[in-house]
Design a protein around this ligand. Structure first.
Ligand SMILES: [Zn+2]
Length: 248
């Protein structure tokens, strides 16, 4: 290529996406003279979902900017907390993030997820149709143009992923209000209402129930409750939304 040569300086937080030789210092890049700066950034491996601002010689430009010879480009990381305008904050998780999906639902965060792989085009289309922020570790998926919004998951560990989502988007928490199986809303249910859906032992030992309005699943304080309580408590502590504090 004989296009203009530019210098690109990435924020340290974006270095992990870059080829090794481009990390740690501004690096030179020759573009083709017609592609956009957004394309140039993506071509180096950095998803635009992770990019905050693009500065050319100190002046902010959009991803559609066509680089010119000698420009000094600065790429910042997305601001935290990240505000996603235009719709209530809700998420869509790719097929590899089932544990994260269940934990977000446990916290009352709207998290759509299918355990079957519907494919990248269908996921991106769902993100656009339902105005959901797509969470994924797949950079190719995050590059799809039709996405409403997206966020890369930096860790493959659900604990870290959850902390990251809470830190990045600061979703409002409403623990124990959402079905961890299907993302539906839970409503309180009497023992009489759910008696035919639970085993005799559970009927004898529990009095407080909730039921999913979407799939009918019944919830009570069962064997895994301590572990779930711990997840909720840690999330609330991180968000400064402890039990009894008013939701923002
Ligand atoms: Zn449900």
């Amino acid at each position: 290529m004989n296009g203009p040569e530019i210098t690109v300086d990435f924020a340290p937080a974006l270095a992990l996406f870059l080829p090794h030789e481009r990390r740690g210092a501004p690096s030179r890049l020759r573009t083709d003279g017609s592609s956009t700066l957004g394309h140039a950034v993506e071509s180096l491996g950095v998803p635009l979902t992770e990019v905050g601002r693009l500065l050319v010689d100190g002046r902010e430009v959009g991803t559609g900017h066509i680089p010119a010879e000698g420009e000094q480009v600065t790429v910042t990381a997305v601001a935290r907390p990240q505000v996603v305008p235009g719709a209530p904050l809700r998420f869509l998780l790719d097929v590899h993030l089932g544990t994260l999906a269940r934990r977000l639902r446990l916290l009352g965060v709207d998290a759509a997820y299918e355990s079957t792989d519907i494919g990248d085009p269908a996921l991106a289309a769902q993100s656009a149709r339902e105005q959901r922020v797509l969470l994924s570790r797949d950079r190719g998926l995050l590059r799809r143009r039709e996405l409403w919004a997206g966020a890369y998951m930096y860790s493959d560990r659900p604990d870290d992923q959850l902390r990251d989502v809470l830190d990045r988007f600061e979703p409002e928490l409403a623990p124990w209000t959402r079905c961890t199986a299907c993302n539906g809303r839970l409503t309180p249910a009497t023992k009489a209402e759910v008696a035919h859906l639970i085993e005799a032992g559970t009927r004898r030992t529990h009095d407080v129930f909730a039921q999913c309005g979407a799939c009918g699943r019944v919830y009570w304080r069962g064997a895994h409750h301590d572990k779930l309580e711990a997840i909720v408590a840690e999330a609330q502590a991180q968000a400064g939304q402890g039990p009894g504090s008013t939701a923002r």
